[in-house]
Ligand binder design. Structure first.
Ligand code: GLU
Length: 439
């Protein structure tokens, strides 16, 4: 069975870029009949909050993602400690005593001499006596992973063959001086312990992957498959992470976007498929393939999401929205859905139908409208009434085309645009129509 995970840090709400990672994992799990794990990467206990975690859960639920399992890294420190001890015992983790300042100065010296700013492993050469002296000074060690300094290769399911020489990387710090964990080690331990088969995440993690593959091997575990998708940019081509605001999923929900419009957009952006609205996950799952994802950055354009949202609503069945537009009939929905961009726009049309409105009547149309009024068919009205009526008005007045229809629309709705009058007329009703035509 395939097992994937979405691993947000609950240090903020998720935006469309994070949601895209979650959706791609969810689609992959659905497509392969696998399992989707939500893992909170909350090792940074100072910045992580339960409120953010709840917000993320709410956002995922809104997007239609139902994790089979939820895990918290903050509950697994004992496990990480045990693994860290084992890595120490086997020489994979070594203590370093440099302060941030010292490291910084060293990096600057390297750069001045035209050398890459890679950690020089000075700590590996410390004698026991030197280590003791540091400890006596009150210094606490941070712990680095000793890279194999070798070529790490994998076949990325999106990027194809990837080759990274870890000799060009600094040995990564896995544990800080205060004993807290950076993201790297817990992530590997969890991926191993939860038997994750596919790690699908943003390409900002490609270099991490080389390191994580080495750690996975040091643990004697099976290396999962990796797929690194390109990142979303704004319509200006710049990265998203710095500018949450309207791009956060919570804000999109508040702004009245349809979840499936956001999902369709996020799922199809940057793929070889056309971006089009899908009313549920079925079609997206059917068409899904990691091989369809482009390596080029994908542009997120809010205007495109808006138009997708409108298109989605235009094809949405009444049953799918009935619960969200209480008091409105199917006939009403079918009449107005083609003229809305957000679901809340239906209220504007409800007011046009129920009135009161200000009929727009030009003085030169008064006689015409009086004739139209006289030709109004008797109740009950249905979808044919408009056609019957306008044919009768045409015969009686000799008008046709815009000259016939526009004065009727303006008198009946007060507007020169809107839903099909054939659908609106029975909703407006005979009594109100009479009143508006003679206003
Ligand atoms: N917490 C990490 C992030 O949000 C997870 C990366 C990963 O998927 O391993 O970037």
């Amino acid at each position: 069975m395939t097992i994937v995970r979405f691993a947000p840090s609950p240090t903020g709400r998720i935006h469309i870029g994070n949601a895209r990672t979650a959706i791609l994992n969810w689609l992959f799990a659905q497509k392969t009949g696998g399992q989707f794990i939500l893992r909170y990467d909350d090792t940074d206990t100072a910045r992580s909050t339960e409120e953010y975690a709840r917000g993320i859960a709410t956002d995922l639920a809104w997007l239609g993602i139902a994790p089979a399992r939820v895990e918290w890294q903050s509950k697994r420190f004992a496990r990480y400690d045990a693994v860290a001890d084992d890595l120490r015992a086997r020489g994979f983790l070594y203590p370093c005593y440099e302060t941030a300042d010292e490291l910084d100065r060293r990096r600057k010296r390297q750069q001045a001499r035209g050398l890459p700013p890679v950690y020089d492993r000075a700590a590996l050469k410390l004698t026991d006596a030197e280590r003791k002296a540091f400890e006596a000074e009150g210094r606490k060690p941070h712990w680095r992973f000793k890279l194999a300094q070798t070529a790490v290769e994998w076949t990325d399911l999106i990027r194809g063959p990837v080759h990274i020489d870890t000799a060009n990387l600094s040995d990564p710090v896995l544990i800080r001086e205060d004993g807290t964990y950076l993201y790297t080690l817990p992530s590997v331990i969890d991926d191993v312990d939860f038997a994750v088969t596919h790690v699908i995440r943003g390409e900002d993690h490609v270099v991490n992957t080389a390191v994580q593959i080495e750690i996975t091997r040091a643990l004697g575990a099976t290396v999962p498959d990796y797929a690194h998708h390109s990142l979303l940019t704004g319509s200006d081509g710049k990265g998203l992470s710095k500018r949450l605001g309207s791009l956060s999923i919570g804000q999109m929900r508040e702004d009245g976007f349809e979840a499936m419009a956001v999902v369709s957009h996020a799922a199809l952006l940057g793929t070889s498929d056309n971006i089009h609205p899908c009313t549920d996950y079925r079609e997206l799952v059917e068409g899904f393939g990691l091989d369809k994802l482009s390596r080029a950055p994908a542009r997120f354009d809010e205007a495109e999401l808006k138009s997708l949202n409108a298109k989605l609503l235009h094809m949405t069945d009444y049953v799918a929205v009935a619960g969200r537009i209480p008091g409105h009939s199917e006939a009403f929905w079918l009449a107005v859905r083609g003229n809305i961009e957000k679901l809340s726009d239906v209220e504007g049309w409800a007011r046009v139908i129920a009135g009161p409105i200000m009929p727009v009547i030009a003085s030169e149309d008064r006689a015409f409208l009086a004739a139209a009024k006289a030709a109004l068919p008797p109740a009950p009205w249905d979808g044919n009434t408009w056609k019957l009526w306008t044919e009768a008005v045409k015969t009686a007045t000799g008008r046709k085309g815009k000259g016939l229809f526009m004065p009727l629309r303006q008198a009946l709705t007060g507007l020169d645009h809107g839903p099909e009058l054939a659908a609106l007329l029975p909703l407006i009703g005979r009594e109100q129509a009479l009143e508006r035509l003679s206003a």
